[in-house]
Design a protein around this ligand. Structure first.
Ligand code: IDP
Ligand code: MG
Length: 168
């Protein structure tokens, strides 16, 4: 038993189909804690960095378009960090298999996913598969200020005259 964190993305099809509440309810069955959450407008750079390991797959370009929201007129995903004992396997289990047609119908992907006529796996949710992947992905999608528990080392740095938006 290890305390882990894992990255979850509710993909653009999940947002478009108004499944956010349902998916969060299913994830709450894990009894894990949400350690971070944000709505993200996914840039090409972020999409390609997230799926870098799949860049040689024939479906890579479709996958980038999908995660950027190009197929769902909504360039948004909801990104979350779940925290707790065996978080990675607990979340993967409730997500189900990658191929939504093969996923157990009681899992999130089995219940809400589909394969489009173009062959894209619209499977509603992403979850990190290994501790190494979780660390890489959490650091890609969140800064340490946005995560309430730090299981990876952090350091303080002085930022000189940073430009940032404030309320006008
Ligand atoms: P995972 O999401 O279960 O970890 P990965 O192999 O990491 O599965 O693939 C990332 C995503 O790429 C999948 O969630 C799915 O959206 C898409 N994908 C994976 N394999 C295929 C495929 O064979 N055809 C079409 N899309 C795929
Ligand atoms: Mg994966």
């Amino acid at each position: 038993m290890a305390i882990e964190q894992t990255l979850v993305l509710i993909k653009p099809d999940g947002l478009k189909k108004s499944l956010t509440g349902n998916i969060l309810s299913r994830l709450s069955e894990t009894r894990l804690e949400i350690a971070a959450a944000r709505i993200v407008s996914v840039t090409k750079e972020l999409a390609e960095a997230h799926y870098a390991a799949l860049k040689d797959q024939p479906f890579f370009q479709e996958l980038i378009d999908y995660i950027m929201g190009e197929l769902h007129e909504r360039r948004r995903v909801m990104a979350l960090v779940y925290h707790g004992e065996d978080a990675i396997s607990k979340v993967r289990e409730i997500c189900g298999a990658t191929n939504p047609e093969e996923a157990d119908p009681r899992t999130i992907r089995g219940a809400y996913g589909r394969i489009t006529t173009l062959g894209i796996y619209e499977n509603a949710i992403h979850a990190s598969a290994t501790p190494e992947e979780a660390e890489r992905e959490i650091k890609l999608w969140f800064g340490p200020d946005e995560v309430v528990y730090h299981i990876y080392p952090v350091q303080e740095t002085e930022v000189k005259n940073p430009k940032r938006l404030i309320w006008a």
